[in-house]
Design a protein around this ligand. Structure first.
Ligand code: 5AD
Ligand code: ZN
Length: 434
């Protein structure tokens, strides 16, 4: 079969290997980046994108979200995590269906594509339906089923069966764009038995693990009361931790726990907007980075954020660290670019494939338009333009796996109006059930 080629001409290329943003052209051949140079032959390419005045970056990587929760945007604001989950979200989720999850995931996919995210890591329910949405939308994803057993042995067996079935059916799906992880929800909803069993299976099948850890002070106190240890001490004591673990939140960490994270090479997903909105606290991210711990960025679900804009999330992350440490030098724009791209890829174990603009890597690429008011006149430091001045709506073109998902701000595959209307209908129906 003939190769499919796209030439992106005259872009300012920015990634964590290249903050200088030299003006170059890039050739995509099928699903991969095949050439980067100042001159590429225009003959014989299938499509040319003129990127003059545009910044080209790797697609952003959202390391922790619950995509279908876009349905619950604005449903329960100004609450603590405990009340938000127990009084509002879990009762609503009890009435979810596969079709509802699918619509929510498509709505989330539109938001990701429009704001320049090409890969996301999800933990939720009805994940086969979410996988279908990922396939339809053209995105890349790491999907896990949120396992909660509350120490009930029957429930535990079912939850494990569910996550394994997801692995069997969906790992490698959508031309390899989908990977499946285990998703034990947290140390306060997943029993010690479940966590130990998941560690065993993760080793046996080489499957990664995605979990919420150390999100609130209440969690720390509850685990201390139950186990006599802080969450990471407890997880370490049962042999659960490893370099294949993505720990979302990590807000309340003792120095000892930071050592435990480092020793086990646990990957951290930082979710500053959700942590601020639920008043969970400020994660010690600059300290983790100082200790050479791998930290990616995540939005959490759209119900605790309330959007999926990773550029906004990275700006928040940077500003929050500066104000928390009273040091303007921490989490610089360059470090934030890395956090949103190559570090995110490392968190997901996909850094061989994505996260930077390199020949041979997957063509997961976005273009950001600098000819917009909040980007003018712009800094010679391209990271500054992206992290401090831009937001997701400055993203102009989104390409995943060599396929154009949005060009000049127009979606190419998904039908916005249709999905918005369906999402409005779904939340109306869900509200009627409670
Ligand atoms: C997979 C499960 O995780 C829940 N969920 C969503 N956001 C958070 C959070 N910040 N902390 C803990 N659980 C969360 C979802 O509502 C779902 O029940
Ligand atoms: Zn979460």
């Amino acid at each position: 079969m003939k190769d499919n080629t796209i030439l992106i001409k005259n872009a300012f290329i920015l990634d964590s290997n290249n903050f200088k943003g030299k003006k170059q052209s890039l050739l995509i051949k099928n699903d991969k980046i095949s050439e980067i140079s100042s001159r590429i032959d225009e003959n014989d390419v299938d499509k040319i994108i003129d990127a003059t005045g545009k910044i080209l970056l790797p697609g952003f990587i959202n390391t922790h979200t619950h995509l279908s929760m876009t349905l619950f945007r604005g449903l329960a604001d100004d609450l603590s995590l405990d009340s938000w989950l127990n009084d509002y979200i879990w009762p609503m989720e009890a009435n979810l269906t596969g079709d509802y999850s699918y619509i929510g995931a498509l709505l989330g996919a539109i938001e990701l594509i429009k704001s320049g995210t090409t890969t996301f890591s999800d933990m939720y329910f009805y994940m086969e339906d979410v996988a279908r949405a990922v396939d339809d939308a053209g995105l890349r994803a790491v999907l896990s089923y949120g396992m909660i057993d509350f120490s009930d042995a029957d429930k535990r067996a079912n939850e494990i069966k569910e996550n394994m079935a997801l692995f069997d059916k969906c790992n490698g799906m959508a031309d390899g764009r989908i990977k499946v992880f285990f998703g034990p929800h947290s140390p306060y909803t997943a029993s010690e038995e479940l966590l130990k069993e998941i560690r065993k299976l993760a080793n046996e099948y080489n499957i990664g693990i995605h979990i919420h850890v150390s999100e609130t002070q209440k969690e720390i106190n509850d685990i201390l009361n139950e186990k006599g240890l802080r969450p990471f001490e407890y997880l370490d004591s049962i042999g659960f931790l490893g370099s294949d673990v993505i720990a979302a939140h990590c807000v309340w960490l003792s120095d000892e726990e930071i050592k435990i994270i480092k020793k086990n090479n646990v990957k951290v997903s930082h979710n500053p907007c959700s942590n601020m909105k639920l008043a969970s606290g400020i994660a010690p991210i600059s300290k983790l980075i100082e200790n050479d711990i791998c930290v990616g960025i995540g939005t959490d679900g759209a119900s605790s954020n309330n959007n999926l804009d990773l550029i906004e999330e990275l700006k928040t992350a940077s500003l929050l660290q500066k104000v928390a440490t009273l040091n303007p030098k921490v989490l610089t724009a360059n470090e934030a670019i890395a956090m949103g791209t190559i570090k995110g890829a490392e968190v997901l174990g996909l850094d061989d494939e994505i996260g930077s603009i390199e020949i041979g890597k997957k063509a997961d690429i976005i273009l950001v338009d600098t000819n917009q008011v909040n980007m003018v006149p712009g800094s010679s430091n391209l990271s500054s333009n992206i992290i401090y001045s831009a937001n997701g709506s400055n993203v102009d073109t989104t390409i995943c796996n060599g396929k154009i998902l949005m060009e000049n701000k127009k979606l190419t595959i998904l039908n916005e109006e249709e999905i918005y209307n369906k999402a409005r209908q779904v939340i109306k129906e869900l509200k009627e059930t409670i």
